[in-house]
Design a protein around this ligand. Sequence first.
Ligand code: GLN
Length: 312
Amino acid sequence: GRTGASELIADALAAVHERFRDLDEGDVATYIPELATADRSLFGVALAGVTGSVYTAGDADVPFTIQSLSKPFVFALALMDRGLAEVLEHVGAEPSGEGFSSIRLDPVTGRPPNPMVNAGAIVTTSLVRGASEEERFARILAVLEAFAGRPLDVDGRVYVSESETGDRNRAIAYLMHSTGALTTDVEATLDTYFRQCSVLVTTRDLAVMSATLANGGVNPVTGEQVVDEVVTEWVLAVMATSGMYDYAGEWLLRAGMPAKSGVSGGLVSVGVGQFGLGLFSPPLDARGNSVRSVAAAHEISRQFHLHLMHRP
Ligand code: GLN
């Protein structure tokens, strides 16, 4: 039978899913045409403890493209490959106060503000080691799979859709090439970035991936040490300051947890040393964060006193 604690968690997830499933606000992303076909009623909630127990409610096993939720995990790989000092030569660690597709670079250094917005994430992708672009992508896919604890596929239609309509990311990447923040081949790097964003995951995967960050880099389901513990500290710090784009400050104020959102409607949030939370629902608010996911994460944080500044 279930222990008291696991029953409490399962019931809390079911209750939060029930409470927000009818919150029918926001709009599904359309700037990547293929994302516009998403079912706006989907809503998944999942929590993975550092002990390896996974709890879910709603549509937790429906696949969707990872999009910006790939950014913290690929940032972790770049940090493993290059170390903090070299990564920071190419991308900053300051919240931008701007949307995810902001084109603004640091006027002095030419670096993008942080690895959680598109500009910084394109640079992060370029910093992953690989003798060829194929090898670079293979290593990115492998690390996402290690975080999730299972093999993952790429959604070819979303990849093509994003690549065909990716002018803004192209403009940002060429600008960064001109400042020296991006030193690799622009088109090849963008191709890898678009593929990385098109990897299919479920809400359950997001919980296990973020639980791996919560657990010092050890996947609590497979037992694999995916990245070094110090790398998880760096990644979680940047998620806390910049993971929610121009909502990052208010998010930290209200929910008090490291988190990352993405345009397909996913959200990951981390209770350091405790668990990873995965959420998914396609309709987004004006800042590109999932309406139901944000509401549910706020509620879970409040109920379980997860605010980082909460006195232990
Ligand atoms: N692939 C998307 C893009 O680059 C990711 C953006 C996001 O999820 N916020 O536009």
